[in-house]
Write a protein that binds this ligand. Structure first.
Ligand code: F6P
Length: 481
């Protein structure tokens, strides 16, 4: 088997398997920037590439076990030219690394989600989970080193794999390593909550890379400030580099937009048209406020619904004339806070419908399930798109919505989303904690002159399309020379 010249490592891979009733394996290719980015590079056929990810279900493990050399592409799963290797990480190790450390701790730190009188608690249990986080990072490191050709470029993704760059560096100094953070980065005042040895291990782990990438300058700045505060490393703010272990590490910003062409093509399919018709039939000609998220604490769904309630209270003229579609993909059900949050979203939605609903008007349609074509149909129909995260690395809904909007939607957007850097001029920006301001912004958005709305939406769509995933990914690779 040829060794790869370009490698990607991420917890979630580009393909998901399922077992049918007759025991046969089916698979579905995932979406997202990385998939289209690497596919574009792999499709060119110029280099061998390999994607290392974790097996996330029994079906994934079955597929991985059946693949010759552990490479799924060799088993006939068409993956656009790139090899895929799924790691079968022991369940207890995976649970500690992914659910406890990555999603219940690091995600909370970077999104500043803690309710601090109760959490976090760093005790002996946490230290044991941390040991598994290390083991999980070591498993990825092993697979990457085995699969990499001499001087290959390795693009490590996200907070799940913060220790990988340093682990690789110690054993394969020939490899050129990038690490990319898809999340915000916590400011030192919040990052310092982590035990100091663990905070240092994370920073030093990432500094094993040659290049560190972030989605927004704000997150890159926060990382540099953490290096200054906790490692006392030399940070050069002019060149935006950190000196560590006798090497100079560059810290870059790589913005990510929408795959406009791919989206438009997908949205032209029959299943999207069916969803569009059925949504239209259920809401009639009422105005539409749309939100699409994972059921994720950082997405701030509860305050968004509260703002809609305040809109209906303070601006009674909208009662009966607007419908709010809130579509949420189930996410991270293994984390208790996520289950509780989803429940609070449902409860508030029921309250709003009880308070304002009439025989022929349901003010809010909340659906918690996985229906991608329905989300695309909602983007096409939206008069207003509400994106109000507490903190968000980028937020692609804010970019995809305007691309697909049929008549031009207004965007109500949190200042705390990376997307505000690119769309702030044409969106209506809000403080995500300020429910009243959000309610007022919804009113402004609904009342906006259609010509102005279309013009703003057109500019946002253009900005979103100007940063396609291929560009974002090749930019990361280019930063490695
Ligand atoms: O964008 C941040 C991120 O954590 C990705 O790494 C991840 O694939 C996505 O959000 C969804 O989260 P999860 O993979 O835990 O469902």
């Amino acid at each position: 088997m040829d060794k790869a010249q370009i490698l990607v490592a991420s917890n979630r891979g580009p393909v998901t398997f399922s077992v049918a009733d007759d025991g046969s394996l089916g698979f579905r290719r995932g979406g997202g920037g990385l998939v289209s980015g690497l596919s574009a590079v792999a499709d060119s056929g110029a280099v061998d590439s390999l994607w290392v990810c974790a097996a996330l279900s029994d079906a994934d493990r079955k597929a991985a076990a059946a693949a010759p050399d552990g490479r799924l592409d060799q088993a006939g799963y068409g993956l656009d030219g790139s090899g895929v290797r799924m790691l079968d990480i022991p369940a207890a190790t995976f649970d500690n690394a992914y659910t406890r450390v990555a999603n219940s701790t690091l995600w909370f730190v970077h999104h500043m989600l803690y309710d601090t009188p109760n959490k976090p608690v760093f005790d002996a249990d946490f230290r044991a989970q941390w040991a598994d986080y290390r083991a999980y990072n070591a498993a990825f490191t092993e697979a990457l080193m085995t699969g990499a050709a001499q001087s290959a470029r390795v693009a490590v993704q996200d907070y799940h794999l913060a220790l990988v760059p340093r682990m690789i560096r110690g054993r394969r100094p020939d490899l050129r390593i990038a690490h990319f953070s898809h999340t915000p980065w916590a400011p030192p005042e919040y990052f310092r909550m982590l035990p100091s040895d663990i905070g240092r291990e994370l920073l030093e782990g990432m500094l094993g890379a040659d290049h560190l990438g972030f989605l927004s300058r704000r997150w890159a700045d926060a990382f540099l400030r953490c290096c200054e505060a906790f490692l006392h490393n030399e940070v050069n703010w002019d060149s935006r580099t950190v000196e560590f272990g006798g090497r100079i590490i560059r810290v870059g910003v790589h913005g990510l937009g929408a795959d406009a062409e791919g989206l438009r093509e997908r949205a032209a399919a029959d299943d999207v048209a069916e969803r569009r018709e059925s949504l239209r039939a259920s809401v009639g000609d009422r105005r539409l406020i749309v939100r699409v998220d994972r059921t994720e604490l950082s997405k701030n769904i509860v305050r968004g619904l509260a703002a809609y309630r305040e809109l209906l209270t303070t601006r009674p003229e909208w009662r009966g004339n607007v419908t709010h579609l809130a579509f949420a993909y189930p996410s991270r059900g293994d984390v208790p806070e996520y289950r509780a949050y989803t429940e609070s979203v449902r409860t508030l939605a029921e309250e709003i419908n009880r308070e304002f609903g009439t025989a022929d008007w349901t003010p809010l349609i909340l659906a918690v399930n996985d229906d991608y074509p329905r989300s695309l149909a909602a983007y096409q129909l939206a008069d207003v798109l509400l994106v109000n995260p507490i903190r968000d690395g980028m937020n692609l809904v804010a970019k995809e919505g305007p691309v697909l909007s049929a008549e031009g939607c207004a965007l109500v957007l949190s200042t705390e989303a990376g997307a505000a850097d690119d769309l702030g001029r044409d969106a209506i920006l809000i403080n995500p904690f300020d429910v009243s301001e959000t309610a007022e912004a919804l009113h402004r958005a609904l009342s906006m002159d259609p010509a102005e709305r279309a013009a703003r939406c057109g500019r946002m769509a253009e900005a979103a399309a100007s940063l396609p995933p291929e560009l974002w990914f090749t930019d990361q690779l280019r930063s490695l020379g």
